[in-house]
Design a protein around this ligand. Structure first.
Ligand code: ADP
Ligand code: ZN
Length: 632
């Protein structure tokens, strides 16, 4: 049995490990409370946004308990493709870690098992399917019998829930851990914030008695921007060229075909873009993922098949070219930007077509009506966010039940609406003209038409189709000649979002009135819109691949010499990373290199106290760093 009355692991011990092993001066947010609770044998449910620092919440307890003679921590992670890097990062910090998964040979796995039994390993990573494997359970049994099983960490715990977006049935089997190994503390961690998923995790993993640690889900370093789509890919190009030259980023698209097309467009513009989607060969996918993690400044153009567990800290932007299904998805995906806490951007383009597509997908899905209604509600919340004229962050967090500052009137000053408050115009009149046109067409011909045609009538355009159907004779013909097409599109989008216009997917996306149309027609429901800011013209310059990649951007202000040192350090880091077959950020973060470049250290002592340099890294790299700094 587990000895529960071990002498308590103190606050100082945990703080000491943070400093010595990871080189960080302070815990972040609730990390300290979690670490101390788990290190002392408590069960915990940790809900923390991406980038919040979940890993330390089990790694430090694992180290502390190993040092107290309690054996190995088992870390369950669903991401075999990433285990190598996770373990590599611990090795760099001087922690004895290994993984057991299907990529190892029998001999390699045997060696690790032997080391486990000898008590040589602090953190063992394994995929959830292992724990139903009898051989693996026998191994755990023998560790348990000798009090050498110190902790279970269940990462990405939302995978246990059907409500999460990454359901993994194997997670359901993890209850065996606490049934078979009573007394071994468990910590489950996730960045999925919604109540349904949380409740499911607690129930499925039987964590009713675990202490829940719920962090703020705010990501203050991420700047949210949502723009109306015109020529979406050109808008994206401008965004990347203006703000993100040479930066790593992720661009999400809905379809595989679009992923391929957008990646090609970016490559043609001289950006190092790679495609990623489930239709690609798994080796190609793995290769692209590795290049994204290991090379600098790669832009991954992907479907949502890409991203879970990607712990690259310096993703500087996440762009959505198509609107996601709901705010949960949007937040999860944008959350992959800026895990290092440095400024990062979330950019989304959305338009009428997105609204139509998403509605149609829901309508056409085979799900029951109640479920569809729930999906529509979630979509509406996202549309509300997109159309919002007030602070995006306030809206996002309110969706997850969190209030920022004094609530609705709070201004974060780091979203498009706070930085450039949009003008608002009253679209009620335009809305009524559109709705009565739809009504009159229906009345006169018994037919329905799509958005383009309806807008042509309102604007009084005598297109072939308008003339052919005699629609110049409608009493609303030309009544809205003052409105631009962009304005009318905006109004229609909002009417569809409000449910005041329905799109008939089975009849060529034609528009129909609904129950809710009446209230708008009567002027009872106002239609408020953001003024469309006309987008500045595109820079026509196209660059050849590789051109312009010499820009050095540091995360903190550096003078000329500092920048030279920073560039030299980055080049050195790239070499080390290649030798170790690890992503560069595992060696040192950009912020750490920039801090070194700024300080221009001459001696070992000068390196002390720079965040991100733990004892092992100091020992392994200090001489090299000093040499590079002084050459630079
Ligand atoms: P999560 O798994 O919650 O998304 P990670 O554990 O990957 O987050 O941590 C995000 C980043 O923050 C990592 O690069 C990590 O090194 C860094 N980090 C975590 N805790 C601290 C801390 N206390 N001080 C400084 N950096 C930290
Ligand atoms: Zn704001």
């Amino acid at each position: 049995m587990i000895a529960t009355d071990i002498s308590a692991i103190s606050s100082e011990t945990c703080q000491g490990i943070l400093q010595e092993v990871f080189g960080y001066p302070q815990f972040r947010g609730p990390q300290q409370a979690i670490v101390e609770h788990v290190a002392n044998g408590g069960d915990a449910l940790v809900l923390m946004p991406t980038g919040g620092g979940k890993s330390l919440c089990y790694q430090i307890p694992a180290i502390a308990r190993q040092r107290a003679g309690l054996g190995v921590a088992l870390v369950i992670s669903p991401l075999i493709a990433l285990m190598h890097d996770q373990v590599g990062a611990l090795h760099e910090a001087g922690v004895s870690a290994e993984f057991l998964n299907s990529t190892l040979s029998g001999e390699e796995a045997y060696q690790i098992e032997q080391r486990l039994l000898r008590g040589d390993i602090t953190c063992l990573y394994a995929a959830p399917e292992r724990v139903t494997n009898p051989r693996f359970l026998a191994l755990l049994d023998s560790l348990y019998e000798r009090n050498q099983l110190s902790l279970f960490a269940i990462d990405e715990a939302h995978c246990v829930s059907q409500w999460g977006h990454d359901f993994r049935p194997e997670y359901r089997a993890l209850t065996v851990l606490h049934e078979r190994y009573a007394g071994v503390p468990r910590v489950a961690l996730t960045a999925t914030a919604d109540d349904l998923t949380r409740a499911d995790i607690v129930e499925r993993l039987q964590l009713q008695d675990a202490q829940a640690f719920v962090s703020s889900f705010d990501r203050p370093n991420i700047r949210y921007t949502i723009v109306e789509k015109r020529e979406a890919v050109q808008q994206l190009l401008r965004f990347i060229e203006r703000e993100h030259e040479g930066d790593a980023g992720i661009v999400y698209c809905q379809s595989r075909k679009k992923v391929e097309g957008v990646a090609q467009t970016l490559v043609n513009a001289g950006i190092r873009a790679l495609p990623y989607h489930a239709g690609l060969d798994s080796r190609v996918r793995q290769d692209h993922q590795n290049r994204f993690l290991r090379e600098e400044g790669v832009v991954m153009v992907a479907t949502i098949a890409f991203g879970m567990g990607i712990d690259k800290p310096d993703v500087r932007f996440v762009a959505h070219l198509d609107m996601p299904k709901n705010i949960e998805g949007y937040y999860q995906e944008t959350g992959r930007a800026g895990r290092d806490g440095l400024p990062a951007y979330a950019w989304m383009g959305y338009g009428l077509q997105d609204v139509v597509n998403q509605r149609r997908m829901i309508d056409e899905s085979p799900a029951g009506e109640e479920f569809k209604q729930a999906l529509r509600g979630k979509l509406d919340a996202l549309l509300g966010l997109a159309e919002a004229t007030d602070c995006r962050r306030v809206r996002l967090l309110a969706y997850f039940g969190e209030q920022l500052g004094d609530g609705p009137t709070y201004r974060c000053q780091n979203c498009d609406n706070c930085l450039n408050p949009p003008d608002i115009w009253d679209g009620t009149d335009a809305a009524r003209k559109l709705l009565s046109t739809i009504y009159r067409i229906q009345q006169s011909s018994g037919m329905s038409f799509g958005a383009g045609h309806v807008m042509d009538i309102v604007r009084g355009k005598t297109t072939e189709k308008v003339t052919q159907h005699g629609h110049t004779a409608l009493s609303t013909f030309g009544l809205g000649a003052d409105f631009s097409e962009i304005q009318l599109r905006g109004v229609l989008r909002q009417l569809i979002a409000m449910g005041a216009v329905a799109v008939d997917a089975e009849a060529f996306n034609t528009l129909k009135l609904t129950e809710q149309s009446r209230a708008v027609l009567r002027g009872e429901v106002p239609v408020q819109l953001r003024e469309s800011v006309s987008a500045p013209a595109s820079r026509s310059k196209t660059k050849r691949p590789g051109a312009g990649s010499a820009v050095v951007k540091a995360p903190i202000a550096l003078d000329g010499e500092g920048l030279v040192r920073y560039a030299a350090l980055k080049a050195w880091r790239a070499e080390v990373a290649r030798e170790h077959n690890l992503p560069a950020y595992v060696i040192f973060h950009d912020a750490t290199l920039a801090a070194i470049a700024k300080r221009a250290p001459q001696t070992l002592d000068d390196l002390q106290g720079i965040s991100g340099i733990g004892a092992k890294k100091l020992e392994a790299y200090a001489q090299e760093v000093l040499r590079v700094v002084n050459l630079g």
